[in-house]
Design a protein around this ligand. Structure first.
Ligand code: PHE
Length: 448
């Protein structure tokens, strides 16, 4: 079946374009907000180790599966399952993915709004406009949250109406190296400050006695979230992918870029927590963290403020702007899933679909803006639980309904001779048994 690339659906401009867009989807708040927060709250170095295992052993094989489904079918997650088998159940898996995408996007824009607001907070702080700065740092301020989340959502909708390739490819190409650069500079700074070594130990010396079912479950959810897996974002992006692309290689690149940035973000933030503590900022109450969802948004500005002066200002503003762009390339992929669904399945024009779906999700974002405590609840249901369940069902689909051999035939495009490689012997074993068993086991043991 040919990839449908009618003008409504679009396709990537270049080979690099797809990789950049998929990496842009993966790299976002999950790396810089989610991962360090979870390391800090759930197990330090032990969390890091389990997270890496989940990423490479579960996430990467599932990513290859999702991209193959997407490119073969050329469809959104619901249409893709319909196109590849006559089984009536699996389109519901696609629909579950669309729902998870909608719900994740609704809280994601609120957090992205915090990040965006902090770029201005740095300026106001520098100018000594304390009241304005304090207004932006109040993550519990409903009207402020709603205002910035709306700006963020409208920006996302605007880019989505332009089709898949233009803005995303360009934004990611410049943003990603700059983001890495600034994180590396910050790591260099943090590691020379008093207190940092305690943080480095916490991050890099795993205490394996902290591993339990809850930690593994959380790390697995985090791996799915950070790689944008389990909800069909990569089925959708794969549907715009040219037959010339080497799927396993593209997936490997995206996985490495994503893990690399998460690892660096942890190396910046975990030691920075201890540096902030040594400087007298209250990070822990007893041995509990003083904050969780907004932890990163307390640590980072404190860090930029202690650097101070024009250097602190520039680093702070640039960092939060880059983080906002990273979040934007993720919200684009989150919104693209339900939008592609509406375009494909109901023949709605792209612009109408983007505004209709985007503004609908914005209503939920506004509710969350006034009740930020909902973020934790939504995160648990649609991210921690929802994405691994989606991934599990996708493995079952590729393993036993569509069959791994059909997926490998699809991968022959762009990787001739793949069926004779070691990859073709090992990957199916992961899809048949290792990934589904690990996901199911983790979900069940977490609930027990
Ligand atoms: N991977 C993105 C991040 O880490 C979030 C995301 C999840 C995007 C699922 C698309 C789909 O921030």
């Amino acid at each position: 079946m040919a990839v449908t690339s009618s003008s409504e659906r679009g396709s990537w401009n270049s080979k690099l374009g797809f990789i950049l867009a998929a990496a842009g989807s993966a790299v976002g708040l999950g790396n810089i907000w989610g991962f360090p927060t979870k390391v800090a709250t759930e197990g330090g170095g032990a969390y890091l180790v389990i997270y890496l295992l989940c990423t490479f052993l579960i996430g990467f094989p599932v990513m290859v599966a999702e991209l193959s489904i997407g490119r073969k079918s050329g469809k959104n997650p619901v249409g893709a399952f319909k196109a590849l088998s006559s089984n009536k159940f699996f389109p519901l898996v696609g629909l579950w993915g669309v729902i998870c995408g909608v719900m994740i996007l609704s809280f994601y824009t609120v957090i992205a709004g915090w990040a965006f607001g902090y770029a201005f907070e740095e300026i106001f702080y520098y100018l000594g406009w304390d009241a304005a700065a304090a207004w932006l740092t109040d993550t519990g301020n409903g009207p402020k949250n709603a205002l910035i989340a709306s700006v963020f959502m409208l920006g996302t909708i605007k880019i989505i109406t332009g089709g898949v390739s233009n803005g995303i490819e360009k934004a990611t190409k410049t943003m990603m190296p700059m983001l890495i650069g600034i994180i590396v500079i910050m790591i260099g700074y943090v590691l020379t400050q008093p207190g940092a070594s305690e943080g480095v130990k916490e991050y890099l010396l795993p205490d394996f006695s902290r591993i339990n079912a809850g930690l593994i479950f959380s790390a697995m959810g985090q791996a799915f979230f950070s790689l944008s897996l389990g909800m069909g974002a990569l089925i959708t992006y794969g549907s715009y992918l040219s037959k010339k692309e080497n799927i396993p290689q593209a997936a490997a690149f995206v996985t490495l870029a994503d893990v690399g940035i998460a690892f660096l973000a942890g190396l910046m933030i975990i030691p920075a927590m201890y540096v902030a503590q040594a400087a007298g900022i209250e990070i822990f109450v007893g041995d509990q963290l003083a904050s969780s969802t907004d932890l990163v948004f307390q640590i980072l500005p404190a860090l930029f403020h202690t650097i101070g002066g024009a250097v602190g200002l520039i680093l702070g503003v640039v960092f939060f702007l880059l983080l906002s762009i990273a979040a934007l390339t993720s919200t684009i992929s989150l919104l693209e899933v339900p939008v592609a669904f509406v375009i494909d399945e109901y023949s709605v024009p792209r612009k109408k679909a983007a505004y209709g779906v985007g503004l609908g999700i914005l209503v939920i974002s506004i509710i969350i803006s006034f009740n930020p405590a909902l973020i934790g609840t939504f995160d648990s249901i649609f991210n921690n639980l929802g994405l691994p369940i989606g991934g599990l069902l996708m493995c079952i689909f590729v393993g036993f309904v569509w069959k791994t051999d059909s997926a490998l035939s699809e991968m022959e495009h762009g990787f001739e001779g793949i069926k004779q490689t070691l990859f073709a012997k090992v990957w199916p074993v992961f899809i048949w048994i290792i990934c589904p068993a690990a996901i199911a086991y983790n979900i069940i043991s977490n609930f027990l």
